[in-house]
Ligand binder design. Structure first.
Ligand code: NBP
Length: 477
C-alpha cells in the first residue's frame, strides 16, 4: 500500500495529527526517531484507519505515493533541521515537506530557499489548537508554494476545524514563511487576549470584591455576548474550579508566575524590527516576565499603595459592566495591532496575505477562536484595503460607545492600585492614533537640538535644522 501522507515525529501533536488524517480516510505512514512510539501508535489506534508503520527513514519515504507529502512534527529548532537533513536526500523533485512545528518564520524562509534549490517544496505550516485541535480539527496556516497547496489543500481542508458556517479553517497564507509568521502573530494575540482577561478578573476581584466563583459566572454571562470565545469559556471553568486538597479556589493555590515558550516574544521582537507598535502584545509578554521575577516582587511588597475602598453591591454590578466594555475595547485594539503586524510582514516579504482570510481561519480550531473574528472578517469583506481595524465603522462605533466606561475602569484601577498594563496600553494606543498633535514634534526638536538630526515643517517641504548653539536661525538641511 502507498500512503497519501506521512507523519514523522509522533509526540502528542504528531500522533494526533496522524490519527486525524487516518480518521478522515487517508492512508498515513508513521515514523518516529524512537521506533517504539510509532509501534505504540499503530497498536493503540490502528483500528481507527489505515496506518503504514515505517521503522526507518528509507521505509518511510518508500511508503509514500508520489509526489510525496511528508509532515514533520518534531521539536522546533535543531531537531527540525536534523530531520530535514535526514529525509531530503531521499526525496525527489516535486515532493513536499510540511513542517507543522512552531518554527520561527526566518528559519522557515531559509529552509524553503535551501530545499527549493533541490526542487523540493517546503511548506512551513502553523498549526493551532493544541493536542485536541490536532486530533479533532486544528486551525491550519500553511505557507510555501501555490503549487504545493494545490496538492495539500484538499487534505488539510478535510482535517481542519470548520467554522460555524462550515468553512474549513485553513487557507494558503502565502509563500515561504508566511504561514509561520501568521501563526506567530496568532500566538502574540493569544498572549494579549489572556492578559486582558487576567486584568478583567483582577479588577472584578480587587475593585468590585467578587469571589472567583462569582467572577466565573460573570464570564459565563459575557460568553453569551460579543465576547463569546474559547478563552472566555475556559476562564470561567478555571475560576470555578475548587482545589480538592484545600477546598480553596484553584486560582488561589497556583503560583502566580506565568511561563512562556517564546512565540509571544518573537511577535514583539519582529514588530520592533518592522516598526509596528504592538504595545498591547508587548505588555502581555512583559507582564508574564514581571510575574516571574519572584525576588524582585518580594523585595517590593512593602512599597506604598493606595488605601483599598470596597464598592457596594450595586456599584460592583455596574463596575462589572464597565469592565466588559473595557475588555472589549482593548481586545479590538490588540487585534488591530496584530493585524497591522501581519500587514507589515506581508509588505516586507512580499507575501500578499489576505487579512480577511486570516481572520476567517482563526474562527475555529485555534486558541483565539471567537465570535469576534466573524466581525473582523466582515470588516475586511467590506473593505479589503482597510488601513486599520479601528477605521472599520462598526468597530469605531463600538469603541465610541465603550470609551467612557473604558476610561472609568482605568481611573478605578489607578486609584486602587490594580495593575492594568494591557487595558492602559490599548487606551493609550487609541488616544495616540486619534490625537490631532503628538509630542513627537517636541521629540524632533530635542533631536535636532542635541544631534542636528533635522526636522520637517508642517508648512513647507524639506528638511530643516535650527542653529541652536548660534543665533537660532533656521537653515535648510
Ligand atoms: P515535542 O516538541 O515535545 O517534540 C518531540 C518529538 O520530536 C518526538 O517525536 C521526538 O522524537 C522528536 N525529536 C526530537 Br525532540 N529531536 C529529534 C531529532 N534530532 N531527530 C528526530 N526527531 C526528534 O512534540 P510536540 O509537543 O508534539 O510538538 C511538536 C511540534 O508541534 C513542536 O514544534 C511544537 O512547538 C508544535 N506545536 C505544539 C503544540 C502543542 O500544543 N503541544 C501546538 C502547536 C504546535 P523521540 O520520540 O525519538 O524523542
Amino acid at each position: 500500500t502507498s500512503a497519501q501522507i506521512g507523519v514523522t515525529g509522533l509526540a502528542v501533536m504528531g500522533r494526533n495529527l496522524a490519527r486525524n488524517f487516518a480518521r478522515n480516510g487517508y492512508t498515513v505512514a508513521v515514523h518516529n526517531r524512537t521506533v517504539s512510539r510509532a509501534q505504540e501508535l499503530v497498536k493503540e489506534f490502528g483500528h481507527e484507519g489505515d496506518f503504514v508503520l515505517a521503522e526507518t527513514a528509507k521505509e518511510f519515504v518508500a511508503a509514500l505515493e508520489r509526489p510525496r507529502r511528508l509532515v514533520i512534527m518534531v521539536k522546533a529548532g535543531e531537531p527540525t533541521d536534523a530531520v530535514i537533513q535526514e529525509f531530503a536526500p531521499l526525496l525527489e523533485p516535486g515532493d513536499m515537506i510540511i513542517d507543522g512545528g512552531n518554527a520561527h518564520f526566518a528559519d522557515t524562509r531559509r529552509r524553503e530557499r535551501e530545499l527549493r534549490e533541490r526542487r523540493i517544496h517546503f511548506v512551513g505550516t502553523g498549526i493551532s489548537g493544541g493536542e485536541e485541535g490536532a486530533l479533532h480539527g486544528p486551525s491550519i496556516m500553511p505557507g510555501g508554494s501555490k503549487e504545493s497547496y494545490e496538492s495539500l489543500g484538499p487534505m488539510l481542508e478535510k482535517i481542519s476545524a470548520k467554522a460555524a458556517d462550515g468553512a474549513p479553517c485553513v487557507t494558503h497564507v502565502g509563500p515561504d514563511g508566511a504561514g509561520h509568521f501568521v501563526k506567530m502573530v496568532h500566538n502574540g494575540i493569544e498572549y494579549a487576549d489572556m492578559q486582558l482577561i487576567g486584568e478583567a478578573y483582577q479588577l472584578l476581584r480587587d475593585v468590585a470584591g467578587y469571589t472567583p466563583a462569582q467572577i466565573a459566572d460573570i464570564f459565563r454571562t459575557w460568553n453569551t455576548g460579543r465576547l463569546d470565545s474559547y478563552l472566555i469559556e475556559i476562564t470561567a471553568e478555571v475560576l470555578s474550579h475548587v482545589d480538592a486538597a484545600t477546598g480553596k479556589p484553584f486560582v488561589d493555590v497556583v503560583v502566580d508566575q506565568a511561563e512562556q515558550k517564546g512565540t509571544g516574544r518573537w511577535t514583539v521582537q519582529i514588530a520592533l524590527d518592522l516598526g509596528v507598535p504592538v504595545s498591547g502584545i508587548a505588555e502581555a509578554v512583559f507582564a508574564r516576565s514581571l510575574s516571574g521575577h519572584a525576588a524582585l516582587r518580594a523585595a517590593s511588597r512593602d512599597l506604598a499603595g493606595p488605601k483599598p475602598a470596597a464598592l457596594s453591591g450595586s456599584e460592583a454590578a455596574a463596575f462589572a459592566d464597565r469592565v466588559e466594555q473595557a475588555l472589549y475595547a482593548s481586545k479590538i485594539v490588540s487585534y488591530t495591532q496584530g493585524f497591522h503586524e501581519i500587514a507589515a510582514g506581508s509588505e516586507e516579504y512580499g507575501w500578499d496575505i489576505d487579512l480577511g482570510a486570516v481572520s476567517s481561519i482563526w474562527r475555529g480550531g485555534c486558541i483565539i477562536r471567537a465570535a469576534f473574528l466573524d466581525r473582523i472578517r466582515a470588516a475586511y469583506d467590506a473593505r479589503a484595503d482597510l488601513p486599520s481595524l479601528l477605521s472599520d465603522e462598526t468597530f469605531a462605533r463600538e469603541i465610541a460607545d465603550a470609551q467612557d466606561d473604558w476610561r472609568e475602569v482605568l481611573i478605578a484601577a489607578t486609584r486602587q492600585g490594580v495593575p492594568t498594563p494591557g487595558f492602559a496600553a490599548a487606551l493609550a494606543y487609541y488616544d495616540a492614533l486619534r490625537a490631532q498633535r503628538l509630542p513627537a514634534a517636541l521629540t524632533q526638536g530635542q533631536r535636532d537640538f542635541f544631534g542636528a538630526h533635522t526636522y520637517r515643517r508642517v508648512d513647507r517641504e524639506g528638511a530643516f535644522h535650527t542653529l541652536w548653539g548660534g543665533d537660532r536661525s533656521e537653515v535648510s538641511a
